[in-house]
Ligand binder design. Structure first.
Ligand code: AGP
Length: 616
């Protein structure tokens, strides 16, 4: 998820770089490991820097760009290639005829790269975006028309992309195109804008046009024309932006927390992107552990902290079921000080959103000293844990700004499942059709998460009714157990309420003593299609209700038994058991966020917490 800004005007001035830099500053939440701006007018200039946006702004202050009539800018959240000056956008084509910025993931980049190699076009970066830039230049060289060239190129691309490009040959024209990634147009007076979202230009104009799927837009300072990839003209719908600049940075949501919960369908979908080849086999190109070693693995140890550890706990059920490899979950800060049984046949899976958690990093170092191979599942490209591991499997949740982790959690589960299916494929535990079936199930989760998000108000009302609660318990069984613990953690860290997650079967071994009249208890109910699990949890609900508990149950649509047993029912779409955690966690995140807001708390920056705990 990167930030894109484009500007085009009838006049030449310094204004474009000023407008673009301002837009990038508001888009920095979308990506901040590198940034750059390219301009064209009487001359063509480009500046791009790894590091925070300020590094670019300092460079621009020291060396202002020449006057120009069009400018494009980009803040990067790395997906292909570590943060570096070379990998930063904008990219320039081999013939210096095209400057381009890109947000998204190109799935068929390998074949496009091979075509460039066949033409001896050298690459200066590791990015899929640069590959697209060179192909756009090749198409432009054929047609002499950037608009036609854009049409030729986008129809060949697979995956998700927002592209914005110009050629210095015609510095009063911008071309942009989108598929699966957002793009909006801003309409000005003698100048027009494009952006990943309205935050890119909301300080310049509030009149915007949202582009639809598979559309190309051509802009000059006075004209905007839209067409489909097939060339059909499109009448864009103009609307007035009613967000202020601050709200625009959060995508129109009042908090980053709410924005990121709503990002969850994309976080899962983007993490799944480009994982299979055209035969349907999983190929993890960031994975750099010899398959022969992975075939010998006789134990997996997940090391992580907090929410990341709960993601690993969910994955344990799936990986053990698919791969028949024992999976242990170790809190990183405990693992390091135990004398763990680790050998060269142990695969350590280090899960971390930030990739900088010191407890996890120290555990990674400890495990490697013991001869284990370490695979990191991280969300931040180029982070320390990623760099110090033997292999990396990146989540693509985009920057997670709110301290409490939400979209990274569902992306971590997704990545763990991809790893488990890859191991099952490699070791022959599952046939390709079975693996495709599980990937299809995962591919349906974004839509099911979106259905739950539509119930946000209902869940928030329930949360507000409990804003004076002093304790909430969470019960789950099987994959619902780590979700119960994650739900409790969310409530603790956002609403500062004592909360505890239990395995439902543990209730009668002590925790049931906590049940008294009015005690709020969340119960995550398994699918009725697993009667062994489901019926036991229904009995647990009846046991605690008999003792006065107020039960809020998360259950599948159509679960009549849960509807009868619970005081409050929140339904989620039907899904296979192993997919349930991606759904049942969402109401708990919404609940914790809404209850904290009802208490007037800062949900993005809860007290005492840091986004990355970089001290032991
Ligand atoms: C999540 O809501 C918490 N903020 C915290 O538990 C976090 O998951 C933990 O500190 C691990 O962070 P990491 O994923 O960046 O390593």
């Amino acid at each position: 998820m990167c930030g894109i800004v484009g500007y085009v005007a009838t006049e030449t001035s310094l204004r474009g770089s000023e407008v673009v830099a301002g837009g990038l500053a508001r888009l920095e939440y979308r990506g901040y490991d590198s940034a750059g701006i390219a301009v064209a007018g009487d001359s063509f200039a480009l500046v791009k820097k790894a590091g925070p946006l300020q590094a670019l702004l300092d460079e621009l202050a020291a060396h202002p760009l020449p006057e120009h009539s069009c400018a494009i800018g980009h803040t990067r959240w790395a997906t292909h290639g570590a943060p570096s000056d070379a990998n930063a956008h904008p990219h320039v084509s081999f013939d210096s005829k095209i400057a381009l910025v890109h947000n998204g993931i190109i799935e068929n980049v390998a074949e496009l790269r091979e075509e460039l190699a066949a033409r001896h076009i050298a690459l200066s970066s590791e990015t899929d975006s640069e590959v697209v830039c060179h192909h756009l230049a090749l198409a432009y060289a054929k047609t002499g028309d950037l608009s036609a060239a854009m049409g030729d190129v986008v129809t060949r691309l697979e995956g998700s992309f927002t592209l914005v490009a110009f050629t210095p040959d015609d510095p009063q024209r911008l071309l942009a195109a989108r598929r699966n990634s957002p793009l909006v147009v801003g309409l000005g007076d003698g100048e027009n804008y494009v952006g990943s979202d309205v935050a890119a230009f909301v300080d310049q104009t509030r009149t915007a046009i949202e582009l639809g799927q598979d559309q190309i837009v051509e802009l000059t300072g006075t004209e905007v024309s839209i067409r489909t990839f097939d060339g059909e003209p499109v009448e864009g719908t103009t609307y007035e932006v009613d967000w202020d600049a601050d709200a625009a940075v959060k995508g129109g949501y009042p908090t980053f927390m709410e924005k990121e919960i709503h990002d969850e369908p994309a976080a899962v979908a983007d993490t799944l992107l480009a994982r299979t080849d055209d035969t349907g086999h999983l190929h993890l190109d960031e994975l750099r552990i010899d398959p022969a070693i992975l075939r010998q693995v006789d134990k997996i140890v997940v090391i992580a902290c907090g929410t990341a550890a709960y993601a690993g706990h969910v994955a344990k059920y799936a990986i053990e079921h698919w791969c028949r490899i024992p999976v242990e979950i170790e809190l990183a800060h405990e693992f390091r000080y135990r004398d763990p049984v680790v050998s060269e046949k142990t695969l350590i899976v280090a899960i971390s959103q930030s990739g900088e958690t010191m407890d996890t990093l120290m555990a990674v170092r400890h495990a490697r000293e013991q001869g284990a191979k370490v695979l990191a599942i991280v969300n931040t490209h180029g982070s320390t844990i990623a760099r110090e591991s033997d292999a990396v499997l990146y989540t693509h949740a985009g920057p997670e700004v709110a301290v409490a982790s939400t979209k990274a959690f569902v992306a971590q589960i997704t990545a763990c499942y991809i790893l488990g299916l890859y191991l099952a494929q490699l070791r022959g535990n599952k046939y390709i059709d079975e693996i495709s079936g599980y990937l299809d199930q995962l591919g349906r989760m974004p839509g099911k998460i979106a259905q739950i998000l539509e119930k946000e108000d209902e869940i928030a009302d329930l949360a507000r009714s409990l804003k004076d609660a002093t304790s909430v318990l969470f019960l789950g069984r099987h994959v619902g157990y780590p979700i119960a613990m994650e739900g409790a953690l969310k409530l603790k860290e956002l609403a500062y309420i004592h909360a505890e997650g239990f395995a439902a079967g543990e209730l009668k071994h002590g925790p049931i003593a906590l049940i008294e009249s009015g005690q709020p208890v969340f119960v995550i109910c398994p699918t009725p299609r697993r009667p062994l699990l489901h019926n036991k949890v229904i009995s647990n609900i009846e046991e605690i209700r008999a003792r006065g508990a107020s039960v809020m149950c998360i259950a599948e649509e159509g679960d009549e038994a849960a509807a009868r047993a619970a005081d409050h029912l929140i339904t989620v779409p039907q899904a296979p058991t192993l997919m349930h955690p991606l759904l049942t966690v969402v109401p708990l995140q919404i609940f914790a966020c809404a209850l904290a807001e009802a208490k007037g708390l800062n949900v993005d920056k809860p007290r005492n917490l840091a986004k990355a705990v970089t001290v032991e």
